[in-house]
Design a protein around this ligand. Structure first.
Ligand code: MRU
Length: 349
C-alpha cells in the first residue's frame, strides 16, 4: 500500500484490501473473492475500523450477488439475503456494517450490477464524507484552541486504514498538520491488538507528523499533567443523545479529559449514528477471544487457562463529549446535558 492507494477497493470482481493484521512490518494485499473470505477478514480484523468494515460488508453483498446470478440475469434473492445477514452480523458494535449491508441490499431487485454500483458509490462517498468532516473538525479546533501549536492525543486507528480516504479523527490530525497546527501527537498503543502502535504510528510516520506512542495507562497521566490540549477519537456507534461506542479505553480518556477540562472530540460520519438508539445503554459490546489478552505476539503472558475480560469497545456518555463532528454537523452533547444555570445552587429552604 502506498500513500495514494486506498486501503480497500474493488478490482476484477474481488475486494482488494490491505491486511491490517500484519502491518507495519509486512505489507500484504488480500483479494477477497467470496462472502466467507470477507467475513473472515472482518472478524479477524484484517479489515477494521467502522467505515472500512461497512464498505467491506457492502462489497461482500456484491460478491454474493455476483455468485448467485442465474443464467437469465435474475438473482437468487434468498441466497443473497442469507449472505447479507451473515455479513451484517460479522461484528456487532459498529453500526456502519449493518447500515452499509442494508443500503446495498435495497438494490437487490435491480440485479447484481445495481448492488455493485451502490457499493462503488459508497466508496466514492466515503472519500467526500471524510474530507468534509475533517475540514469541519479542524475549523472547530482552530476556533476552540487558536494560535498555539497543539499537543493531541488519539486512541486506536481512525486513519486511511479505517476508512478508504483520509480518515476521521486521524484525518483531522493530518489536516491540522497541513495547517501547521500540530506540535505533537500522543498515540495510545491500544491494547490488546495495538491499532495505535502498529497502524496509527505508521500512518503518522508516513505523513511526517511528530508523534510518540504511549501505553494506554499513561494517557490519563499525560492529560492530568498538562501534556495534552485535545483528545480526538472516532466512533463505532452513536446514540441519539450523543453516547458513543468506540475502542475499549475511550471512556477512561473521556473521564480524564473531563477532569482536566481538556476538550474531547469525536469525529465520525453520519453513517455511524444509530437513529433507533436513544442512549448508549442499548449498544452491544463485542467480546473477543481470551488469547488476545493472555498472549502477546503469540507468546503466553498469563498462566494457562486464565479467565479473561476482553471487551473490544466501551461506551462514553455524551455528557463527557465536547463535540461530535460529522460531515454535516457539530453536535455538542456535553452542552446539551448541562444543567440549566442555577440548577446546582444549594437549597436555601
Ligand atoms: O476493533 P477496531 O480496530 O475495528 O476498532 C476501531 C475503532 O474503535 C475506531 O475508533 C472506530 O471504528 C472508528 S474508525 C474511523
Amino acid at each position: 500500500m502506498n500513500a495514494h492507494q486506498p486501503s480497500l477497493y474493488w478490482e476484477d470482481g474481488a475486494i482488494v484490501t490491505t491486511d491490517q493484521r500484519v502491518l507495519p512490518h509486512t505489507h500484504r494485499q488480500l483479494r477477497l473473492r467470496t462472502v466467507d473470505e470477507t467475513i473472515e477478514a472482518i472478524t479477524t480484523l484484517a479489515v477494521r475500523g467502522a467505515p472500512a468494515i461497512g464498505l467491506a460488508g457492502a462489497l461482500g453483498v456484491a460478491l454474493s450477488a455476483q455468485r448467485h446470478r442465474r443464467p437469465d440475469g435474475s438473482l437468487d434473492e434468498p441466497a443473497v439475503r442469507a449472505d447479507a445477514r451473515r455479513l451484517a452480523a460479522a461484528r456487532p458494535t459498529a453500526v456502519n456494517l449493518e447500515w452499509a449491508v442494508h443500503r446495498v441490499l435495497a438494490r437487490i431487485g435491480e440485479g447484481h450490477r445495481a448492488v455493485l454500483d451502490e457499493g462503488l458509490a459508497m466508496l466514492r462517498e466515503d472519500a467526500e464524507v471524510n474530507g468534509a468532516m475533517v475540514r469541519r473538525a479542524a475549523d472547530l479546533l482552530d476556533d476552540l484552541l487558536p494560535d498555539r501549536p497543539l499537543r493531541l492525543l488519539t486512541h486506536c486507528n481512525t486513519g486511511r486504514l479505517a476508512t478508504t480516504a483520509i480518515g476521521t479523527a486521524l484525518g483531522v490530525i493530518l489536516e491540522l498538520a497541513t495547517r501547521g497546527r500540530v506540535a505533537e501527537v500522543l498515540v495510545d498503543e491500544t491494547r490488546p491488538l495495538l491499532q495505535g502502535a502498529r497502524l496509527t504510528a505508521w500512518e503518522l510516520r508516513e505523513a511526517g507528523v511528530p508523534h510518540r506512542v504511549c501505553v494506554d495507562s499513561a494517557a490519563a497521566a499525560a492529560i492530568a499533567t498538562g501534556l495534552v490540549d485535545c483528545v480526538l477519537v472516532g466512533a463505532d456507534r452513536i446514540a441519539v443523545n450523543g453516547d458513543v461506542a468506540n475502542k475499549i479505553g475511550t471512556y477512561g480518556l473521556a473521564v480524564a479529559a473531563d477532569r482536566s477540562q481538556v476538550p474531547f472530540l469525536v469525529i465520525a460520519p453520519e453513517s455511524t449514528r444509530d437513529p433507533a438508539l436513544p442512549t448508549g445503554a442499548g449498544i452491544t459490546i463485542e467480546q473477543r477471544a481470551a488469547a488476545e489478552v493472555t498472549e502477546f505476539a503469540g507468546t503466553p503472558v498469563a498462566p494457562a487457562g486464565t479467565a479473561v475480560f476482553n471487551p473490544a469497545f466501551d461506551v462514553t456518555p455524551g455528557e463527557l463529549i465536547t463535540a461530535i463532528v460529522s460531515e454535516s454537523r457539530v453536535q455538542r452533547p456535553r452542552e446539551a446535558a448541562a444543567p440549566p444555570p442555577g440548577a446546582d445552587l444549594p437549597d436555601d429552604g
